[in-house]
Ligand binder design. Sequence first.
Ligand code: ADP
Length: 598
Amino acid sequence: MLVLVFNVGSSSLKFGVFRIDGEAREVLKGSYERFRDGGCEVRIRHAGTEERRTAECDGVAASIAEVPATLDRFGLGSLEAVGHRVAHGGSLFAAPVILDEATIARIETLTPLAPLHNPANLEAIALSRRLWPEIPQVAVFDTSFHLSNPPFATTYAVPKAWREAGLRRYGFHGTSHKYVAARAAEEIGMGLADLRIASVHLGNGASICAVNRGVSMDSSMGMTPLEGLVMGTRSGDVDPGAFGHLSRQLGLSIAEIEDALYSRSGLKGLAGSADMRDLEDAAARGDADAQLAIEVYAYRARKYIGAYAAAMGGLDAIVFTGGIGENSPAMRRRILDGLEFMGVRLDHERNQAADLSGQAAPQIQAYGSRVRVLVTETAEQLMIARETAMAVAGPKPSTGRVPVAVSGRHVHLSGAAADTLFGPGYVLTPQTPLRQPGHWAARERVAVEGPKGRLDHVAILGPLRPRTQVEISRTDSFALGIDVPVRDSGKLDGTPSVTLVGPAGTVKTEGLILAARHIHTNPADAARLGLEDGEHVDVHVGDDSRGLTFARTLVRIGADSFTEMHIDTDEANAAGIGATTDGEIVVGATATIRPGHR
Ligand code: ADP
């Protein structure tokens, strides 16, 4: 499949053509930049050749109009889909969407959230649909990846009426963060689900994303792409009190303040140029403004990395991308110097020599650094092409049904914990066999205690395990008074501790989790259901009245596993189901990357 991707910025049009046959390969890359009266700079790369020229196009519309002839010239006229990067999808678009009149109208409703960005994207969509009316066109949103952010990360502490009017944090650069986090995990050789990554995108726009075990947990950009880091021309974080002050002291209107924060702030506001190369040169010549700008830029980024390490309860990798992240070893070093206390140590030679050609993602941490540091080119257009192809292919039809079991709160005990709770050498009594072969519920029970309250008669599931694990619902977590993370079973590092009380003693143990919903299955059933180990699928559960689709359900294949989906009591209540029911698997709807896929 041949896919054209458009990426429209405020002063540039970038586009790429990708051939997708399992893997996605870029076959042509083009850009129209530095629009000014009567002209712009064009760059086209194809099959190892590069063409540079100036053209008469003075804006996005004129540039897009030239694209069909360019594609024809390189024999790439037979497109099958067009993908568009769209800045703001609000809460409406958690995944790419095929563009028709109705979806375009829904995107238009979001213009108030992104008045500078979405209209340019919509203009490109309209032009492109006129040029290629016959082929499907898809919008891929910068915000979608962050819709997994928890409410405590997205909520501004402002009056309810404002929040109801749409004031919340969204986050941007989602396609980039999603790509580089997956690329880093691949390079490190671990599953994304096992890594806490700070993805640091430093381009003209800049943001850091906390990618917590494969899921965006927080992003430095907020309701608009103005919050967070210092950028080329955008301020990043500013005290909102500045609005009143500027209005009273300088008589500025809201529009004037907003314009300055977007277009005349950031590096440009501090040192006169939005281009980090200019600033690095000027700073080296002794320019005090450029020196301060570089220091402010690095300090802000370092603070966010520290904050996100705290948010995720630790940090396994930092990934740099974007024009500055990819090309400025000095800025990478300046940001990371001083983070040694949390296990970040850079290898200065590797940092200096990082070679990103061929989609490389070199690791530049020093030997023995607890946190990995990587650099890689972002490939937003490649991701957009891939997601466009997936959207056009449509969700695969339901591949089958799985039984759903509702797990009440329970614990798995280690041998040491069982000894302490019930007495040395005590053997638990299997009472009820579970459907997973060899697993049972014990006759014995324990109590679980937290600072706020206590859960009595909690079931113990056997056999014993190497580590104690306590699985409760989110509602239970409030009854205990402990903030409990969602985790895959067995992924217990850094989980909160809790007290278990048995007849013979008390155990204080980590391992308290809200179990991530999952499907156990075996190789034969997995093949029948079209499932792969480690992938996430969506599963529709429940009836017409209260049924709902559970996204991101992890597939776990075990040699002898009984095929069954496990959800907790909160999830079951939300879907209005009783103890047992069937779920319908909808593969391909969850916008995640399958393990091993780039
Ligand atoms: P966009 O967000 O528009 O895609 P880019 O990712 O291309 O922007 O990043 C542009 C930024 O990268 C500019 O500030 C530019 O100065 C910076 N940059 C590019 N090359 C270098 C370099 N070798 N050293 C320092 N900064 C660089």
